[in-house]
Design a binder for this molecule. Structure first.
Ligand code: IVH
Length: 712
């Protein structure tokens, strides 16, 4: 940020300090609103922290500027409209931040000075991960959960009781065990695991696609950008039934009002909370020195990528509660705790250009070309801009400074534009109306309801090299023809050398074997292996065959259903020809397949009957030896209708194989354990899913037990 040009606080005169303080207050309040109420921040966390730090520095020098209720004493933003308000019986505070090791040393020094401890006095600190979710306060009266509230501005939050009651993990509705006080407010973080987030995000994307396929608008389907965003959006749903479907969890870490105040240590309270049914973060450690704290920070930094949840730092807290009481608070945060933050996973950088990529189905996707920037340890130079409408909505222009965010395994995103840094004369981006690869028109489709698709598509079909190449990549991919030795690089090279234009050409590569052996990087053995891998795939499952064609809206699941329905390519193509007019018996029959709708059926019939794509199918069939009908799902196996979760590593099968087998026996395969799970098949290394199964009393099977159950 441009703040480096600012005067050091020590050099500010009272008038300058007053002016800058007022400006910072206003700026921070605006960012608080965007972050907390709109879930749409416009600056990076690091820059936000820098603004706050400067404000506090000014207040430290000119204490008269720190007004009661001013930004520095506030936490978050006032509650969003739509929920009833709850006044917290004790304010929900925030934490001061430490970024450098010296800040942590200062923290310990401050405590020792404040308590007047001797160097020989032991200062025990509890260290735990700082979860990136949203904080909530749960109030229990006589052991019953009576109220749950978000933090809001720290004084007043939103009443989310009905929503919190739908959480499946970590929130007891009635306290377990014994010895709990009549009134107990437990505070902690509502979060989503990374795995759940990815599945949820994929489901939202699928839902959006389904809606589009049915000709409905997908504008109402929010695609979350990270687990925190997903958790916040899910908890703040006005309809608790929606929240109930979201995989939210809760970690407890502190408390508010308690009718019989806790005594002793934080460690002992943690034990009590756990015994009353709360889930606490297991990665906690007891530390005794600065070295211990820093070692913990480094250890958790190293573990960060492999933890199941997002964290943005660690928190250090004084263990002795009497010392916590003596230390008390400075305006918005306790003196007895501090957050040692990790470098931000958001960053600001220059958007140098916008590239248009053309996908398999011809979709033109805008990609931001960025001045490379380090985002949470990864150098990012590309970020997706999704589509034409997104560019307009965010008003992104070439030359803009933008905020980039990287979360989990998701492709980096452009979050927003820093408007103050826009260069003069930056023009709006003109989205191309012609395919940048083949020059043929790129159009937005209009659905039956008159709504325009957000995506613009090249109308060139397989005559467009980009679509042809993407189609070929899809054709050889793992769930399609799965040809070992041919990936993205080889497809691009074979295409460039003019050897392949359509899938059937892959089976004719033998013709080019001699030329290939002469190319750099292709020896005798690798060419022979490649040819052997291709030969093996002349026999292929009918479901893979359909999926590999890359028909719009036809993923693995639909391909399988179509394959089961028609059994052979001949019967399928005959039926599609008969359905060409989109009416009559054959059309009705296609539409009767599960997960089919007019738009999907139309895409399938269109692909099979359009001259260009029909040739692709016919040429391919001419190269294949056998297309094997899929196994019909068994309806009377021991696991038909049962829900199974596989976890840990399996030794006799790959995960995909085990899953396919279970599906073919009529079982449902789920990704997470719930009360509805019938069996959890656990291999070595099984972790949280196994623990969850044991907790819920779900039957746990070894791989051998499972094999016995399904008959080997
Ligand atoms: S202790 C008096 N422990 O981070 C406040 N907070 O940036 C005591 N947070 O407001 C909070 N993980 O929402 C604590 N292990 C943890 C935490 C944690 C995440 C959140 C909490 C807090 C915010 C401060």
């Amino acid at each position: 940020m441009s703040r480096q040009r600012e005067k050091p606080v020590a050099e500010l005169g009272p008038r300058q300090a007053k002016l800058e303080h007022a400006r910072l207050e206003q700026e921070i309040a605006e960012h608080d609103k965007r972050y907390h109420q709109q879930d749409a921040p416009t600056i990076s966390d690091a820059d936000y922290d820098a603004l706050k730090r400067r404000l506090l520095e000014i207040e430290a020098r000119f204490p008269e500027l720190a007004t009661l209720g001013g930004v520095s004493s506030r936490v978050g933003a006032a509650p969003a409209p739509g929920f009833a308000k709850v006044r917290h019986s004790k304010p929900m505070l925030s934490l001061d931040n430490a970024f450098a090791e010296e800040d942590v040393a200062d923290f310990l020094g401050r405590i020792r000075r404040f308590l007047n401890l001797k160097t020989t006095d032991e200062l025990t600190i509890i260290a735990e991960p700082k979860i990136d979710g949203l904080s909530a306060s749960l109030r229990y009266e006589h052991g019953e959960l009576v109220r749950a509230a978000t933090r809001g501005d720290g004084q007043e939050g939103e009443d989310v009781t009905a929503n919190v009651k739908t959480l499946k993990y970590g929130v007891p509705h009635r306290l377990e065990g014994k010895g709990w006080p009549d009134v107990l407010e437990v505070r902690g973080e509502v979060y989503m695991t990374r795995e759940d987030f990815l599945a949820f995000r994929a489901a939202q994307e699928e839902l959006a696609k389904e809606r589009e396929a049915r000709g409905l608008s997908a504008a109402s389907i929010r695609i979350p950008v990270n687990p925190r965003n997903a958790a916040a959006g899910s908890l703040r749903q006005l309809d608790p039934e929606v929240t109930a479907k979201r995989p939210l969890r809760f970690f407890g870490y502190s408390w508010g009002e308690v009718s019989e105040p806790f005594t002793g240590t934080l460690s002992s309270v943690r034990e009590k909370l756990a015994s009353w049914g709360f889930t606490l973060n297991p990665h906690v450690e007891v530390c005794h020195s600065l070295e211990d704290l820093l070692a913990y920070y480094r250890k958790i930094s190293g573990l960060r990528a492999s933890l199941p949840f997002d964290i943005d730092g660690v928190v250090y807290k004084v263990d002795r509660l009497d010392w916590q009481d003596r230390l008390g608070f400075i305006s918005r945060s306790p003196r007895w705790a501090i957050a040692h933050k990790f470098p931000a996973e958001q960053a600001e950088t220059l958007l140098e250009n916008i590239d248009i990529q053309v996908g398999r189905t011809g979709t033109l996707t805008p990609v931001a070309k960025l001045k490379p920037v380090n985002v949470g340890g990864v150098l990012v130079s590309n970020a997706t801009l999704h589509n034409e409408d997104e560019i307009k909505r965010k008003d992104v222009r070439i030359g803009d400074t933008v905020i980039i965010q990287r979360a989990g395994d998701v492709i980096p995103q452009v979050v927003s534009v820093v408007l103050e840094k826009r260069p003069p004369g930056a023009k709006e981006f003109q989205f191309p109306t012609k395919c940048p690869i083949c020059g043929q028109p790129a159009e937005r489709e209009v659905d039956a309801a008159g709504g325009e698709d957000a995506r613009r598509r090249c109308t060139g079909g397989v005559s467009c090299p980009a679509q042809a190449m993407e189609g070929l990549r899809h054709f050889v991919s793992r769930n399609a023809f799965d040809i070992e030795g041919i990936g993205e690089k080889q497809i691009a090279a074979f295409y460039e050398w003019g050897w392949i234009r359509e899938p059937a050409d892959i089976f004719k590569l033998t013709k080019h074997a001699d030329s290939l052996r002469k190319k750099e990087g292709y020896g005798e053995t690798s060419v022979n292996n490649l040819l052997r891998a291709i030969e093996q795939r002349r026999t292929i499952g009918f479901d893979r065959f359909i999926y590999a064609l890359g028909i719009r809206h036809v993923g693995q699941e639909r391909a399988r259903l179509v394959a089961i329905h028609y059994e052979t390519p001949e019967r399928w193509l005959e039926a599609m020809d008969a359905a060409k007019e989109r009416e009559g018996e054959a059309w009705g029959d296609l539409n009767s397949i599960d997960k089919m709708g007019d738009v999907v059926a139309d895409a399938i019939v269109g692909f099979c009957t359009r001259e260009q794509s029909r040739k692709v199918i016919d040429h391919l069939l001419a190269e294949l030896k056998e297309v094997v009908p899929p196994e019909k799902p068994v309806t009377n196996s021991a696991v038909t209708g049962k829900t199974v979760v596989f976890t840990g590593s399996l030794e006799k099968f790959t995960r995909d194989e085990a899953k396919a087998r279970a599906l073919s026996l009529g079982a449902k395969v789920a990704g997470s354990v719930s009360k509805k799970t019938d069996y959890v098949v656990a291999g070595p290394g099984a972790g949280s899913k196994l623990a969850e199964a044991q907790k819920l009393g779900v039957t746990v099977l070894s791989e051998d037990d499972w094999l016995k159950l399904i008959g080997g």
